[in-house]
Design a protein around this ligand. Sequence first.
Ligand code: AMP
Length: 396
Amino acid sequence: MKTIKDFDFKNKKALVRVDFNVPQDENLKVTDNTRIVSVKPTVDKILADGGSVILMTHLGRPKGEVNDKYSLKNILDEVSSVLGREVKFVDESIGEKAEQASAELQPGEILLLENLRFHSDEEKGDEAFAEKLSKLGDTYVNDAFGTAHRAHASTAVIAEFFPSTKFFGLLMENELIAIDKVLKSGEKPVTAILGGSKVSTKITIIENILPAIDNLIIGGGMSFTFIKALGGKIGQSIVEDDKLSLALEILEKAKEHNVEVYLPTDVVIADDFNNEAEKKVADIREIPEDWQGLDAGPKSREIFNDVLLNSRTILWNGPIGVFEMSNFAEGTKALGESIAEATKLGAFSLVGGGDSVAFVKQFGYSDKVSYVSTGGGAMLESLEGLELPGVAAINK
Ligand code: AMP
């Protein structure tokens, strides 16, 4: 892997693509700075070598037009405070001012460019735009895992202008190592937990990971499609009726790969999709007609716990209940506890993809698992087995 660890940035101007596409409140204040915190090690390493850093990123969807709401000057103070140093800012990403700011940048200094997506050429992957950007630095570092699944000018195309001086940043490196541990080099037994609402969005992931895993725990809304396909009565639970035969095919394929599949055996059912609804525990195959399953039941939690405590590598994607409603979050919390416990016992655990990441942050499990991915779509595409354009561009 071509990483910044193997390069000395002394007197180099590193053009670093980061993903500072952070959430902001109505006053444009940053509400979650994880993505800024995550690139600090990369910035620190380059500066410690005696280099300078030019940060480039997108923020929001300005659709190719200059729009103050999406200006990076709105997050400048936060970037500076997280990185613990002064950060200079220039209100363009290409052009004379950007060139001058880059030319004046001294070793040990950081410059933040204006939002790349103020130019529609960024998302188009325009080569001329990428070339203009490339002139601002003499080395290129990609540390934007969250955007690595896009073939944009600054994430992929630009790399061709740095044939021998392009590198993965430390965040990218960690993300790629984490994925590799789960899909290739992980210690066995490997257990994947897939949850969430629909099986249709996870099919490619399941097919790709089956050869690499030993156990597959299927929970949450998607489990009902499997239970119905197996002849169970699921009441009003969420289901994809056009995916019943596919569910059976997945179970068949799992068998071929000697993967043990664990579905919930009991569920917390509710008489309405509502936090205040009446609730009770039922056998997942015997849900009364007017009720629906909204969380994993106590027996299921125990079974999942046993599997996880016996695992050495764990991948978790998707909640196993409607955790947004407090009365149906207990199953997912128990799962979080089990993964935390397994991690304490020495397992490697990766949490990746949208809602499970939101869950671990909300309920304080971030520090109790081995790795929480910073990329939603990029992580999902990696688990689907796709090579991300941002990764391919460095590897080429
Ligand atoms: P996904 O975006 O496919 O990963 O799905 C995440 C969503 O699945 C979360 O918003 C959960 O509330 C939802 N979910 C999990 N379990 C269930 C369930 N039993 N019934 C309905 N939705 C569920």
